[in-house]
Design a protein around this ligand. Structure first.
Ligand code: SAH
Length: 475
């Protein structure tokens, strides 16, 4: 049977797609339905038709799935922040584990990967230490803040996101009140006019320190003392800054920071290491799960105190410092110069001296250091962005032949591709564990341990080219 736009169909949702959408079938025709969850029987209006599949809008849940739960947030459906709030947390974890396993099998070609049970959160709400709220105007001219709707810049009004800390609302109430009373206009994207673009808030879960950074289209804000006075009513306030962003761009933060009150950073801890976090630095958003993830990475690294370790894509040195406590020496590599400044500072405030940091691309620094200076590694840790590692870096890792590689990944598809490369050249995956850092969202972190296969340990690793490298071009 042929389906057309605006047709109404009844479906049973059998699966969940990579973006959290429900997937159902009717007469061999697959329909993707946002907001439908596995097990639902739904009435769907077909919105878009492709050859063997289409996209439908959820009109009615006819028979709710046994895994369906009431979203805690009233805006869960419109807001682009969460995708899985209507699915029970247990099923969210099952979905994520299956996604990782599926990618390892399909893209990596692995069978029987030794996967440990996914590490979930005790409390999958209120876990985020960071939020960036856009500020704008409603149709009737009120100043509003909240989150963007999915794939748009329409602000869904909400000052109390259930993934964030309750302090967010305290801050936003005061910022909006200050703007209203002092005639401070929100930024208008279309016109490029107005002042306040975003409010960035960070909270140190383990120190209780609170940071507020107002991103503005200008160099200053009028009567700023009024804003500072109001914000100081909130316990824990430690840092109030302005970030200057006068560019007409979607990038949230500009480069220049101005201090209004307190410090231009807050501190937080993971384990017994203290980190200094500036509004501009990358820092994991879920501190409780980060500690578990890094704990796993450390366990997989199997350090005894004698090892030389490379930590590639090291950011502000978060993992490097964690590893340095148990290794002989750690070298970190990161592309953002400011992050490396923070990493060096973090080493200093923790009294850690067995680390060295390099600014540059991992795929350039490691090959260079290996070829020129014959550097050595017992363990290499990589934690790349979503696109994974460059082939040139993986090739150097194969040539160096460390005893262990610990791969931390935020995208299991590129992870699978990179593991395949390493495993075709002498390594094997010995352990693997997914860690949920993003409850109610679709993303999941994975950490893997690779070892040199025994027969390869002393033999020179062979380097393959040509056809086998094509997988990188295709990805
Ligand atoms: N390991 C850190 C950061 C991980 S995020 C932590 O857990 O906090 C990935 C990091 O890789 C970012 O800091 C990003 O700036 C950096 N990065 C991106 N491409 C890179 C490259 N080619 N070489 C080195 N670092 C890179």
């Amino acid at each position: 049977m042929e389906y057309r736009k605006n047709d109404l169909v009844t479906l049973r949702i059998e699966d969940c797609g990579a973006d959290g959408e429900g997937i159902g079938k009717t007469d061999g025709f697959t329909v993707f339905v946002k907001d439908a969850v596995i097990g639902d029987e739904v009435l769907v209006k077909i919105m878009k038709v492709k050859k063997n599949y289409g996209y439908g809008r959820l009109m009615e849940v006819l028979v709710p799935s046994m895994h369906r739960v009431e979203p805690r947030c009233a805006f869960a459906r419109q807001c682009g922040g969460c995708q899985l709030q209507a699915l029970s947390y247990g099923q969210q974890l099952a979905f994520k584990e299956k996604k990782v396993r599926g990618n390892l099998e399909r893209i990596g070609g692995f069978r029987d990967i030794p996967m440990e049970p996914i590490i979930g959160m005790k409390e999958p709400y209120r876990y985020r230490n960071k939020a960036q709220f856009p500020v704008g105007k409603s149709r009737d001219g009120r100043i509003i803040t909240g989150f963007y709707a999915g794939r748009s810049h329409t602000i869904i009004e909400n000052r109390d996101c259930v993934l964030g800390v309750p302090q967010n609302k305290e801050v936003l109430d005061r910022v909006i009140d200050y703007m209203e009373k002092n005639g401070v206009e929100p930024y208008d994207e279309a016109a490029g006019t107005g002042l306040v673009r975003h409010v960035l808030i960070r909270y140190g879960f383990f120190t209780g320190e609170l940071m507020v950074c107002l991103v503005v289209n200008g160099k200053s804000i009028p009567r700023w003392r009024k804003l500072v006075e109001a914000l100081l009513e909130i316990p824990g306030m430690a840092s109030i800054t302005l970030n200057i962003n006068e560019k007409r761009t979607n990038v949230i933060l500009g480069e220049e920071l101005r201090l209004l009150w307190g410090k231009d950073y807050i501190t937080d801890r993971i384990g017994d290491i203290t980190y200094r976090i500036s509004p501009l630095s990358f820092y994991q958003v879920n501190p409780v799960q980060t500690q578990k993830l890094y704990g796993k990475a450390l366990e997989y690294a199997g350090l005894t105190g004698k090892e030389t370790v490379w930590d590639l894509y090291c950011g502000i040195g978060t993992i490097s410092l964690f590893l340095a406590r148990q290794a002989a020496f750690v070298r970190g590599v990161e592309i953002v110069p400011r992050a490396i400044e923070d990493a060096r500072k973090n080493a200093e405030i923790n009294g850690i001296s067995n680390v060295e940091f390099f600014v540059g691309k991992a795929e350039e620094v490691l090959p260079r250091e290996y070829e020129k200076n014959q550097v050595y590694a017992d363990v290499i840790v990589v934690d790349p962005p979503r696109k994974g590692c460059e082939e040139r870096l993986l090739r150097t890792i194969v040539e160096m032949g460390p005893e262990r590689v610990v791969y931390i990944s935020c995208d299991s598809a590129t992870l699978a591709r990179d593991l395949r490369y390493l495993c075709e050249r002498g390594f094997e995956v010995t352990r693997c564990c997914a860690v949920d850092m993003f409850g109610q969202g679709v993303h999941v972190e994975t950490v893997c341990c690779l070892k040199l296969k025994e027969e390869n340990e002393r033999a020179d690793a062979e380097i393959l080219t040509g056809e086998e490298l094509e997988i990188f071009d295709r990805a």
